[in-house]
Design a binder for this molecule. Structure first.
Ligand code: NAD
Length: 463
């Protein structure tokens, strides 16, 4: 198996060595093929996704996996020629006077490994691919074994739309994934959980492979005393129902003043009823498999058995996993630390902003912090007194709809950022170029040292 992977990597590397700097036209053509592969096979993609999840709304798949990825391709098609332009930098004064020139130019890194997860199996494999191809690299994708039909379709369509030297796919279980991340890539982007990320970092160390780690964690929602509770409840409910809350940037827990809790719960009930009444089975998404259903059941039942208050919303769609809300579970409950990643919401009744910030800062940095409220001053405090990959005011999840914003975590939620120009830079070797001028500057600092050297030495500290 590992020999097979090595052979695929060799093919990609040989192709890269024959064409180390693909032209703009070649890159645009490759991006165009990603777009064609998505739009020409939309029905097949959505069917495979629904099969893998047990059930997944076709409309949701079409929007969340197909449209969002096509949007990223369009953004790259429109902007790539500007991203590829060398960026002029200003040389130090002494070098400038000598006529020197400096600039930064982005060169492909080579072959990039993409390890993708199951929750948005198309978008989270192909959105990194857009950045990787825009930067002129070759790509090798290891999709998730938890969505086998979608991964198999990805493998066959990549083989149809790309040559083996451009993009390759390796499907398989964890043993394939483990062998894959040991390969001497020029860069790896991994999207998934934190535990596996630690293994990948250890493996990548052997070949000093640079990493982009797109992880998860517990993204909080701060409900300020100035928040509009109807709007907050509506958006939080959306965040928990979209893809059944199986989203790395889904709201995980909510911090609210004790005296606003009941009003919020009433608004949440209304918001859930509206979603549920229109949801039927056609618009819903299932929890991906038994293992994850069991994991969620365990988190909820453990918290309940320890005396936490629980509200179970009972919807009309009996096959869907219904939203549960856990309020102030005991400090020992696992749900306080584990990422929920499903249709369960944790609420902590903490109303004071300073205490909310302290609570957030007790855990590792989240992927995103959501603030609901009207106060710019409070929002600024949250920005300056916490750390997270992203920061959002009065909305959830839609930060991801912006291709011109970087996406990624910090600390426990990951490292490196991609999408748009940030993705182009992440997968490029941003080379510093210096062209010396007409005056021999090094002549001033070459022995034997003279009075001139001492004067230059002093002058350089002042400019
Ligand atoms: P998963 O089980 O599908 O695993 C992700 C990938 O890792 C798969 O391709 C799998 O084959 C591979 N893998 C598994 N074990 C491995 C090993 N030992 N070595 C190397 N590779 C291995 O997905 P998951 O981990 O259940 O995904 C859910 C997590 O991903 C959540 O924590 C979620 O927050 C996070 N996530 C993050 C983002 C983001 O963009 N930041 C997006 C989606 C999901």
């Amino acid at each position: 198996m590992s020999i097979h992977l090595e052979r695929q990597l060799d093919t990609l590397r040989s192709a890269y060595q024959l064409e180390r700097f693909p032209s703009l036209a070649i890159r645009l053509d490759r991006l165009g093929r990603v777009k064609a592969m998505l739009s020409e096979n939309e029905t097949a993609w959505c069917e495979a996704l629904s099969h893998d999840f047990g059930y997944r709304s076709v409309d949701q798949s079409s929007f969340a996996d197909i449209t969002t990825t096509i949007k990223s391709v369009n953004h790259a098609l429109k902007n790539l020629k500007f991203w590829m332009k060398a960026e002029r930098r200003t040389p130090d004064l002494s070098l400038r006077m000598s006529g020197a020139k400096t600039y930064v130019e982005a060169f492909p890194k080579g072959v990039v490994g993409i390890v993708s997860p199951w929750n948005f199996p198309i978008n989270l494999a192909l959105s990194p691919l857009v950045s990787v191809l825009a930067a002129g690299n070759r790509a090798f994708i290891k999709p998730s074994e938890a969505t086998p039909a979608t991964s198999a379709l990805l493998e066959s369509l990549i083989a149809k739309y790309f040559s083996e030297g451009e993009v390759s796919v390796a499907c398989g279980d964890v043993d394939v994934a483990q062998a894959f991340v040991k390969l001497p890539f020029d860069h790896i982007i991994y999207t998934g959980g934190e535990t596996v990320a630690r293994h990948i970092m250890r493996d990548a160390a052997d070949h000093l492979v640079p990493l982009t780690l797109e992880l998860g964690g517990k993204s909080p929602v701060i409900v300020s005393n100035s928040a509009d509770l109807t709007l907050t409840a509506k958006r939080v409910a959306f965040g928990k129902y979209f893809n059944a809350g199986q989203i790395c940037i889904a709201p995980d827990y909510l911090l609210i003043a004790p005296d606003r809790l009941e009003s919020f719960l009433a608004e949440l009930k209304t918001a859930v009823e509206i979603i549920d009444s229109s949801q039927g089975s056609a618009d819903s998404v299932a929890v991906v498999n038994d293992r994850h259903r069991q994991r969620l059941d365990n988190l909820v039942s453990e918290a309940e058995s320890q005396g936490g208050r629980i509200i179970r919303f009972s919807g009309t769609n009996k096959s869907a996993y219904q939203l549960s809300v856990l309020i102030d579970p005991s400090d020992d409950a696992g749900i306080n630390c584990a990422e929920i990643f499903g249709p369960v919401l944790l609420i902590k009744t903490i109303g004071d902003l300073s205490e909310q910030i302290t609570y957030i800062n007790k855990s590792s940095h989240p992927l995103v912090i959501y603030y609901f409220g009207r106060s710019e001053a409070e929002f600024r405090r949250v920005a300056c007194e916490t750390s997270s990959g992203g920061l959002v005011k009065n909305d959830v999840i839609f930060q991801y709809a912006n291709d011109d914003l970087p996406f990624g975590g910090v600390g426990g939620s990951g490292m490196g950022k991609y999408r748009g120009e940030y993705g182009f830079k992440e997968f490029s070797n941003n080379r510093a170029v210096y062209k010396s001028g007409f005056i021999d500057v090094s002549g001033f600092v070459t022995p034997p040292y003279s009075g001139m050297f001492r004067m230059v030495n002093k002058l350089m500290r002042k400019i």
